[in-house]
Design a protein around this ligand. Structure first.
Ligand code: CMC
Length: 440
């Protein structure tokens, strides 16, 4: 079926020949509004008795979506049709949240109403504070995030009926709004400072900075350059099509699980160093490199097949060109360092030199391994005084809106079914059970 014409066009069908039997199968090809066509293999097993095999899903489209478009070859990223650099320059995070959730930019009235809705959902149920106290003080904040976000479903029963669009939207607002509060609390808990309640007079990013860095003993003045930089980082991380954590949210949600549990699953997936955990890993790597003179050793290790070390912040499954988010962040990085008067940041010097060498190196050039978003975000966060262990937490704060937008889209999709991949079984065929006393 062609998505544009709505017709089955045999000329566009894909023919598959089974060389064992000589049989031919015609598979429909579906065209989206942009991007590569897809071969519809939904009836493949019924017709051929074979599954497709695609570990890592490098050739598999898992759903239809209208939210985010990526052209990895050309370094293009669009949210609902709007280029990421334009949004990062001209929009703000709450407007982008509205765009992702509702599909269009808001009118001034819609924006005001939406901001009000988000602002008045930022407080947490007071009982949740005791939940935090159950964690060790040296817990990684991402561990606290997984636990506390999952626990939200035990606190907000009135928004877990996923068949009710109103419930779904209330849960979406709650998740977007409460995530900064939970993130800041996870940080405050680990440093033994009192939790800061959200302030309704502040914008999203200002409030996040206030809850992380303010304390009850003195007034906290938000630096507008830093809140703008944070807002931009949140915009850049808000959604990214069917990445690992978003696919995790969709898969968890496909069974009918409640949204809070699904987002907790997304947070768990994001935590890994190949995904959202890379921003923390970049900083740890730069610290480990320690000096520009050590860079060649680390480049050599990254290229060595027998060494599991990878240059963190380089490479991407989809981008085979510069990550457009990294381009925006490079500029923001310099703005932040200028504002803070940081002229000599040794880790930034190492980062710049590492990037220069990697971009010229045959290994990285031939494999199209460019710096990704996590390469710069970590440096900006560090300059802003955000502790390394919170980097991925901030990624989760930003990505929550993408997760809930994708989750809502999935629930509303009439063709939605439980996600259930198959496998290529390579284990033992059926064998006879030997009782214990007869085994050697
Ligand atoms: N350093 C050295 N070699 C690399 C790197 C790297 N960072 N990334 C990929 N390669 C090599 C890899 O060894 C492989 O070589 P070969 O073909 O000879 O076996 C080739 O490039 C392709 O790599 P892959 O692992 O098959 O590619 P993938 O699409 O499965 O993985 C990736 C993508 C992002 C997980 C990977 O590039 C990586 O581990 N990068 C470092 C971690 C990182 O920065 N992650 C953040 C991604 S962006 C934000 C986000 O998604 O959250």
């Amino acid at each position: 079926m062609n998505a544009k014409t709505g017709k089955n066009d045999p000329a566009e069908a894909f023919t598959l020949t089974d060389n064992r039997s000589g049989k031919q199968y015609h598979l429909p090809v579906i065209s989206g509004t942009m991007g590569p066509d897809v071969i519809d293999v939904r009836k493949l097993y019924a017709e051929t008795g074979c599954f497709t095999f695609d570990p890592g899903y490098t050739s598999t489209g898992s759903c239809e979506s209208k939210i985010t478009f990526i052209d990895g070859e050309r370094g293009i990223l669009l949210y609902r049709g709007y280029p990421i650099d334009v949004l990062a320059e001209q929009s703000d995070f709450t407007e982008v949240c509205y765009l992702l959730l509702y599909g269009d930019l808001p009118s001034p009235q819609q924006k005001k109403k939406f901001e009000y809705g988000i602002t008045y959902h930022t407080m947490l149920h007071e009982q949740l504070i005791y939940f935090f106290r159950g964690f060790r003080r040296d817990s990684h904040p991402m561990a606290v995030m997984c636990g506390v976000v999952g626990a939200l479903s035990a606190f907000y029963h009135d928004s877990t009926d996923i068949t009710d669009p109103k419930h779904r939207m209330i849960a979406s607002y709650r998740l977007v709004a409460k995530m900064p509060t939970i993130a800041a609390m996870a940080y405050k808990y680990t440093i033994g400072q009192p939790f800061m309640y959200p302030r309704n007079d502040l914008k999203f990013s200002e409030n996040l900075l206030y809850m992380m860095f303010g304390n009850p003993c003195e007034e906290y003045r938000v630096n507008p350059v830093l809140s703008k930089a944070l807002d931009r980082i949140l915009i850049l991380h808000a959604d990214h099509e069917q990445n690992a954590s978003t696919s995790t949210v969709r898969l968890a949600g496909s069974s009918g699980a409640n949204p809070f549990a699904c987002i907790a699953a997304g947070i768990a997936s994001l935590w890994g160093p190949a995904h959202g955990g890379a921003n923390e890993a970049v900083l740890n790597m730069l610290t480990e490199i320690g000096d520009k003179k050590n860079i060649p050793d680390f480049i050599a290790r990254a290229k060595d097949k027998n060494d599991s070390f990878r240059l963190m912040g380089f490479g991407h499954r989809v981008y085979k060109n510069f990550d457009p988010r990294a381009k925006v962040l490079e500029k923001t990085c310099h703005e932040v360092l200028d504002e803070l008067g940081i002229e000599d940041e040794p880790l930034l010097d190492i980062a710049v030199e590492l990037e220069r060498i990697a971009l010229e190196d045959e290994y990285f050039v031939s494999k199209k391994l460019y710096p990704n978003v996590d390469f710069y975000s970590g440096i900006i966060f560090k300059a802003m005084g955000i502790p390394t262990s919170l980097f991925t937490v901030l990624f989760a704060v930003a990505r929550t809106v993408g997760w809930v937008a994708q989750w809502n889209e999935m629930i509303e999709d009439p063709s939605q079914r439980i996600g259930r991949p198959r496998q290529l079984f390579m284990g033992e065929p059926e064998r006879k059970y030997t009782p214990l006393h007869k085994r050697k």
